[in-house]
Design a protein around this ligand. Sequence first.
Ligand SMILES: C[S@@+](CC[C@H](N)C(=O)[O-])C[C@H]1O[C@@H](n2cnc3c(N)ncnc32)[C@H](O)[C@@H]1O
Length: 266
Amino acid sequence: MDSFYRRPEVRAAYQAYVDKRELESFDHPFERKVVEYLAATRPRDVLEVGCGSGRLFRTFRRAGFGGRYTGTDVAGWLLADCRRRHPDARWIAATAYQIPLVDGACDVCFSYAVIESLVYPEKALGEMIRVVKPGGRLALLFPDFVESGHLGSQQAGLSPGRATAKLARGQWVDAALTWFDERIRIPRALRRARQRLGPFPVNLAPLALDHPAVTLPDYDAVYLSSKADVEDWASARGVPVEYPLGRHLPVALRAKSWTFLVITRT
Ligand SMILES: C[S@@+](CC[C@H](N)C(=O)[O-])C[C@H]1O[C@@H](n2cnc3c(N)ncnc32)[C@H](O)[C@@H]1O
């Protein structure tokens, strides 16, 4: 996955797909609510892990956040651009597995649409909580694949793509198998993965590796992300988990199957 995220030529289609969200970032009810919630805690130091092109930094500024912001990502070339555009923030090329900051460096550490891209999510969680000050917050935003039964990185049918597109092309068999996989095989496999493999199970063959230009939602996901894993992880460490917008998000936030949870460092 590292070579997928670090190489501009491989992730060009993916990056264009992620950047499309920039246009609606502040107007999207979910993103706006999350950023307004975090900004209202009046953090002095915010760290974003997996900041990509820095779109959430811009959303934070628009929400009135005037404190110090540090963005980290493995894609050094994106951060060079962030540095040019936003010299008022700090941009560090680093992996979530080894954040080059001292313990307790920030009031809020957040990570949006990243944990599901990680082969070692537990290791990243440990690093992210390490750099939060006692009393500070670690905020995670990720899709709950297990609960939703969807996993865009697992091929459904005989080729990548949606059943409707296959039907429109007259690929009846492929469309029928896609429907079966999406409705029955994949949801069942997701439900069983945790029982069979334990917490933080990983999909070893995400579509993005074989088909980098396909850009289906979450086609790069490796970790079969679920609230249950993170809740158990936090409870084993005695740190509380909260859902400021509800454990299941209201429909009006237009973030079906997403999770926004906050862990307070004790
Ligand atoms: C879906 S993008 C989200 C970017 C940004 N958070 C946003 O919402 O626009 C996932 C990001 O995670 C980064 N990433 C992947 N693996 C990482 C790792 N091990 N450490 C840090 N960042 C990573 C990718 O380079 C990519 O920019």
